[in-house]
Ligand binder design. Sequence first.
Ligand code: DGL
Length: 264
Amino acid sequence: MEPPIGVIDSGVGGLTVVKELLNRLPNEPIVYIGDDARCPYGPRAVEEIKAFTMEMASALAEKGIKMLVIACNTATAAALDDLRAFFPFPIVGVIEPGARAAVNASQTDEIAVLGTVGTVNSGAYEDAIHRLVPKAKVHSLACPAFVPIVESGQYKSEHASTIVKQTLEPLQQVDFDTAILGCTHYPLLQHHIQQHLPGTVRIISSAIETVHDVERLLHLNSIERLETRKVSPVFYTTGELDKFRSIVADWLSIDKLDVRQIEL
Ligand code: DGL
């Protein structure tokens, strides 16, 4: 059996990238690890995030994968270069693709980036956007309350809407026409985010563009799966199995859910 594409995140956020992988590349096998037990990564020190990301990648490398997607902005900002230097398989992060999608969408080159404290402090989006459009204005906002709401499964609640409204208030003073969801957990709150940003703002999640990169690299390395018989993805969590399973079931429409626990 051909090795799968590995996908990692601090928790359930990477499922937003898996959803897009399943849409675009339905025949590719996928194995996922969500480190829900240690989520959120956003407030942690860079060295700790690097170590945790390395542990997830190593666990998947041991199982055998042909490519790795770091479906977490915080982990991409902290650990992409280290992981690329260490592992032999191709590795895709989510920040370059997100920046590219935003730059393509923006008419005014004024872009808001919503992210975790770790991602915002890293300046990774500013750097990636400025490499593409040096004159772009980037307005970054850390949204530390968002990931815990999503991990608790309350992302559809009124409480979530209130928190999103309060968090986004500083952006009322700022001009921008495009907002990047610079954390893979945030698409689960997209409905609320959309509601509390001006209607003209384009909201960008990096998932679609990231999957374009995956497709390109599979092709470039001649490692696409040619067989058309579908295989079910396998999901691992370091956290509570039932909570994780219910979010996977809610977010992805998969007939047969294979959800397991893993210790890192
Ligand atoms: N999904 C992760 C990201 O994209 C969440 C970070 C966290 O665990 O705080 O940054």
